[in-house]
Structure formats: C-alpha cells, structure tokens
Ligand binder design. Structure first.
Ligand SMILES: Cc1cc2nc3c(=O)[nH]c(=O)nc-3n(C[C@H](O)[C@H](O)[C@H](O)COP(=O)(O)OP(=O)(O)OC[C@H]3O[C@@H](n4cnc5c(N)ncnc54)[C@H](O)[C@@H]3O)c2cc1C
Length: 476
C-alpha cells in the first residue's frame, strides 16, 4: 500500500505538510512530479522558470535519494497520470500542498473530486503561505484591499507551530516502470542562453536554506537601509526559492524568531513585512482571480493606452536600450540573471506604463518569461501597483522619475556602471542622465549618444504630462 506525495511548487522536504501527512499514513510514500504545463496555461512557466525548475527537481531527487527514496517524474494529463500511478502502486491516499493560481485551483478541485469518487483518500495541505487567503478577512468577511490593514490583522496571529524538519529517512519506493528522466522534460534551453542564470543562482532546497541563514546572520540588520539600493546586495534574493517552495515562509519566520525573537520589531520587521506583501499578493489573487489580465480598479479598463504604435518602444525596453540608464541597467540585469532589484522593477514598470503608455499586461508578460521568480500573485500585484490600477496602488499621478530615482538610490552609479558598461567611465554627476552631459565629458568617457548608447526613446517630462492627461480621462 502506498501514499502518493504529488509535488508541484513545494519542492522541499523541510516543513512539507503533504509529506508529513503521507508519512503519517504508515505506508510507502511515492514522491511524484507530473509535468503538465498546459494545465497552467496561459501561465505555463516561462523560459527562466523552466531553467529553475530543472535545477530544483534535480536537487529534490538528490535529497530524496540520500534518504532512501527517489522522485518519480511523469508527463501528461495530471489526473490520467495519477490514476495510472495509483493503479500501479496500489495507492490508497494522495497528498499535495495547495496552489492558489486560478487555473491550478480549478484543476486541483476537479482532481480531488475525481479521486475521491474513485474511493481514494485525497487531501490538500497548506505549505506555501503563512495564512490561507481565506483565513484573514475584514470584519464583514470581505477581502482586504489595503496592505497595512491586512498586515495588521496578520501580525496578531504570527505565532505559528514550529515547522517540522526534513525526515532523516524515507520509505524506499519501487523503481518506477513508465517514468521518464528529468532531461526528457527538456526544461533547459536548446540554445544555451542560460550562462547568466547559471552564474547567478543555484536552485534547490539546500541552497535556499543556506541563503536564508546567511542573510539573517550577516545582512538583515542592514536590510531597512540597504533594501532600496540596487548597487549593493541588500535584499535576501529568496524570491525564486519561495516561488518554487524550496523554502517555506514558516521556516523563514522560525529562523527569524530563533535569531531575533519578535519578528515585528527591528532589525527584522522590515524584512518580515515584505514576506507580508507576498501573503497580500496571494490574498488578492485568490479573491480577485481575474487580475492577472484585468485591472482590479475597473475604471482602468478604459485607460487610453497607446500600444498599437509602440512596438519599437516595447522592444527597446525589453532589450535595455531605452537610453535611460537606470531602466536599461534593470532590464539587462533581468535578461542576464533572471532577477531584478525591487526598486528597479518599480522604475522600469513605471516607465513602460506611464511614460510609454504601454499596457501593464505587456510588461507583466515579459517579466513572466524572463524572471526566475515569476510568480502570478506577486507579478500581478507588482505591475498593477506600479500602473496605479491595483489594490493599495501608488497614486497614478506619482510617476517615477528614473533620473531622480537613480540619483537617490544609486548615487555613485555603481548599479548602472555594472549593467551598462559603455557608461562606466562617466562621472557620477552625469551617469543617470548622459544625454545632458557636455560633449567633452562624453568624449572623455568614450560615450556617444546615439552611437554606443541610445538617445532616450522618450522625453520624460513631456511623457509624464501625457500620462497625467490620459489619467484625467478615466478619473471619474
Ligand atoms: C513590477 C513588479 C513585478 C514583480 N514581480 C514579482 C514576481 O514575479 N515574483 C516575485 O516573487 N516578486 C515580484 N515582485 C516583488 C519584488 O520585486 C520581489 O519579490 C523582490 O524583488 C525579490 O527579491 P528578494 O527576494 O531579494 O526580496 P526581499 O526584499 O529579500 O524580500 C523577501 C521576500 O518577500 C517577498 N517580497 C518582497 N517584496 C515583495 C513585493 N513587493 N511583493 C510581493 N512579495 C514581495 C518575496 O517573496 C521576497 O523573496 C515584483 C515587483 C514589481 C514592482
């Protein structure tokens, strides 16, 4: 008799409630991953996410083998595969941890119903959030739309049961008969564009835990001051690990509490609050499942975007060739490493949606394909927030000025110099606005505007006024 552990975006053994429930059944445990990207459509993992997934599955299989088990990999319709594996292994139970994307929720509900009708015990568990999206609601039962109120409610019940560590041994599973090898999933790109990802990341649970411990030991005390500076490593970079469930937010919270006690006071409050933003993003996605494509603020449906004539601008933005250094640095960091600093995500998103008036959905889609931490809840929230149409959004009239943002958060231009090396020899005073530098300064730095670095594709002041005028038309 066997209990199947259906693994999805919970690719870890530590603090894994579905694993613990499967073990509690006192039967063999069969860890199973089913590759079914079409079931997540239109949000099947993008290129960078697929790269990460490959590394993550390999790491998980290693961890399982070290404990006497192994990962069974399958491909195809999830319900059909589950039924086949259930029949082969005489399984009586199936356990999984919950997902919250609309497509996955619908699929999982259908599968749970079907397997229960087949006579199986079939349970889903909470693993990737501190709070289920339905656990925290306003007193009238409605979902929150303002982060500060949501987080105040969460903080009251932050004390969680201690996470259960990864078991030292697992029951052996019979060698799979029809299973396929990880490489057969063809998650790695055929044309190897992934060198930047390889040099930036190590997917997998051991790396996640080591990173969290190192961050809490050496960096979190500076987080409040450093988190806005893209030129320094001031944030945890845990986002892809959290997305793929290689570490749980409960484990992070437990590490914080072990090291610092109260998670709601400095030096850790600012960091824990960001984990709260992730919870809020899931709360919103769950209660407003249309928001990956539609604005939460309905009046933005009539916003006069100018997408038709703007393909050239979208291309320049994607390639980091806008002529605006902080934006180009961010877009190149994204292309190279699959990640971008949060402050710069806001700046590039603001340029796209406000100065260029390109719909936020086009930017969200590009991020979806290129981010290793592409996450439907956080990406939707980040884009809608910056575009001004989401919950608790920045007021529309607050258009980020990439020159001021650069001068304030990258004052010596170290971030820009790293990602736009053609500008590296400019003095600090001109690094964020090279087009305004005197010719002799440009010549001395080896910069030619319109030559080795583009002229700005948009006039920042004029386009800001155009954006405000567009907003006036829907303000109501
Ligand atoms: C336009 C835009 C798109 C974004 N797309 C994504 C995305 O696809 N996936 C994603 O994980 N984050 C996204 N974010 C949020 C944020 O930029 C990243 O979570 C953060 O940069 C990850 O870096 P870190 O792990 O070093 O964060 P830290 O500052 O160390 O924060 C710790 C953790 O808190 C969570 N977190 C931090 N900030 C946010 C936030 N604003 N919203 C939600 N969760 C947050 C993340 O899980 C992060 O790993 C987006 C933000 C914007 C403005």
């Amino acid at each position: 008799m066997t209990a199947i552990l259906w693994l999805r975006r919970d690719l870890r053994l530590d603090d894994n409630p579905a694993l613990m429930a499967a073990l509690d059944s006192d039967q063999g445990v069969l860890p199973l991953y089913i590759h079914a990207p079409n079931e997540e459509a239109p949000w099947a993992p993008g290129g960078a996410s697929q790269w990460w997934l490959h590394g993550s599955l390999r790491s998980l299989d290693e961890a399982l083998r070290q404990r006497g088990s192994r990962l069974r990999i399958e491909r195809g319709d999830s319900l059909a595969v589950l039924r086949r594996v259930i029949a082969e292994s005489s399984a009586t139970e199936v356990h999984w941890n919950r997902l919250y994307d609309p497509e996955a929720r619908a699929r999982d509900a259908r599968i749970k119903q079907a397997l229960r009708a087949d006579g199986l015990r079939c349970e889903s568990h909470k693993a990737s959030l501190l709070f289920e999206p339905w656990e925290i609601t306003k007193s009238d039962g409605q979902p929150y739309r303002v982060f500060s109120a949501f987080w105040r409610a969460c903080v009251k019940s932050l004390a969680h049961p201690r996470p259960v560590a990864a078991p030292a041994r697992l029951p052996a599973t019979a060698p799979p008969s029809g299973a396929i090898a990880l490489d057969d999933l063809q998650l790695l790109p055929r044309i190897r564009w992934d060198q930047g990802l390889q040099s930036s990341w190590q997917p997998g649970e051991p790396a996640a835990l080591a990173l969290a411990e190192r961050f809490l030991h050496a960096q979190v005390e500076d987080y409040k001051a450093a988190r806005d500076l893209p030129g320094v490593v001031g944030t945890s970079r845990l986002s892809p690990y959290l997305h793929f469930g290689e570490i749980s937010p409960r484990r992070i919270l437990a590490l914080v509490m072990d090291a610092f006690g109260d998670p709601t006071s400095e030096p850790v409050e600012s960091f824990v609050r960001e984990i709260g933003w992730r919870e809020f993003a899931y709360h919103l996605l769950y209660h407003f499942p249309q928001t990956p494509t539609e604005p939460l603020e309905a009046r933005f449906a009539d916003f006069p975007w100018s997408s038709a004539e703007n393909q050239g601008a979208l291309d320049a933005w994607q390639r980091g060739q806008t002529g605006i250094p902080l934006v180009d640095a961010g877009m190149r960091e994204l292309w190279h490493s699959g990640w971008m600093h949060n402050r710069v995500r806001m700046v590039v998103a603001s340029l796209l949606t406000k100065n260029l008036l390109i719909p936020w959905q086009a930017g969200a889609r590009w991020f979806w394909d290129t981010l290793v931490d592409a996450d439907l809840a956080s990406n939707t929230q980040g884009w809608q927030w910056t575009a001004g149409c989401g919950a608790d959004a920045a007021p529309y009239f607050r258009v980020f000025n990439p020159i001021r943002q650069g001068e304030r958060f990258d004052p010596q231009g170290s971030y820009v110099r790293r990602w736009c090396p053609e500008l590296a020899r400019l003095p600090d005073s001109h690094i964020h606005q090279p087009w305004a530098a005197p010719q002799p300064t440009l010549r001395a730095a080896g910069v030619s505007i319109g030559g080795n670095y583009p002229a700005p594709i948009v006039d920042l002041a004029a386009s800001r006024l155009r954006a405000l005028a567009a907003y006036e038309r829907i303000k109501g």
